[in-house]
Design a protein around this ligand. Structure first.
Ligand SMILES: [Fe+2]
Ligand SMILES: [Fe+2]
Length: 248
């Protein structure tokens, strides 16, 4: 099972059309079973941005395209528009033994994310139904902070409650976006993965536009980072080759 995670396209003023053209052709060549777009599809949540984004996304040759809204999509009451352009299922069976569950963390006119008491209970009940499957939880905001992103307060504000649910229900993989910075936290039986920005010009530092390629075979998960127009490498290499600023 091949899953591509694209994130933070930001169709609007931060969008780079030529980069996204490359993304479309590269991803179509991979012939993924599913594509996850983990939020910030638009820059300002405007109808004209949604229209353009919809046209671009329809060029992916993939039957299963799963979308989540991000804080930018919620701007200007964009949440009223998102569902019309990108209707989505929250529970997605990617194969007989892989399930991907999405949860909305964006809130109107707020940048930080939240899961909340009811949604957290829902995650717990849902994941319990898929005991024997590989369980993936996808959300826009990052659940755990990422190096080099400062004293970050724009995260999932109830991350502790969500992490407890994730561990209690044996979720194997969490997919996040929002920070425009690829990273992987590898814990014992849980990996928390962040995608970079696929097409916006707000990439961080020396990072280029990128997306993630996730392969799951016999319940084994491999996450690769693909630089748009560049090389493919294991996302773990980013962590292994990490150098603190001033210590490179
Ligand atoms: Fe973003
Ligand atoms: Fe965001």
């Amino acid at each position: 099972m091949l899953l591509v995670q694209l994130s933070d396209i930001h169709v609007g003023s931060q969008f780079q059309e030529s980069v996204f053209e490359k993304v479309i052709s590269e991803v179509n060549e991979l012939k993924p079973d599913a594509i996850l777009i983990s939020g910030d599809l638009t820059n300002e949540g405007l109808i004209k941005e949604y229209e353009k984004c919809k046209k671009l996304v329809s060029r992916f040759n993939c039957k299963k395209i799963i979308t989540i809204s991000g804080n930018h999509d919620y701007r200007n009451s964009g949440y009223l528009v998102f569902k019309k352009f990108f209707p989505f299922e929250t529970i997605n069976k990617l194969s007989s033994d892989i399930v991907l569950v999405t949860v909305g963390t964006a809130r109107p006119d707020r940048n930080e994310g939240e899961v909340g008491y009811r949604q957290n209970l829902w995650i717990e009940r849902t994941m319990q139904k898929y005991k024997d499957s590989v369980k993936i939880l996808a959300m826009h905001h990052h659940l755990v902070g990422i190096p080099d992103t400062g004293s970050d307060r724009v995260t999932v504000i109830d991350a502790g409650d969500v992490l407890r649910t994730i561990l209690a229900t044996n979720v194997e993989l969490v997919l996040c976006g929002h920070k425009h910075r690829p990273w992987i936290w590898n814990f014992k039986n849980l990996a928390i993965v962040n995608a970079g920005t696929a097409a916006s010009d707000r990439s961080r530092g020396l990072f280029e536009n990128s997306y993630n390629i996730i392969t799951i075979e016999d319940k084994k998960i491999q996450v690769d980072l693909k630089i748009v127009g560049g090389k493919r490498t294991s996302l773990e290499d980013i962590v292994k080759n990490y150098a603190r600023f001033g210590e490179e």
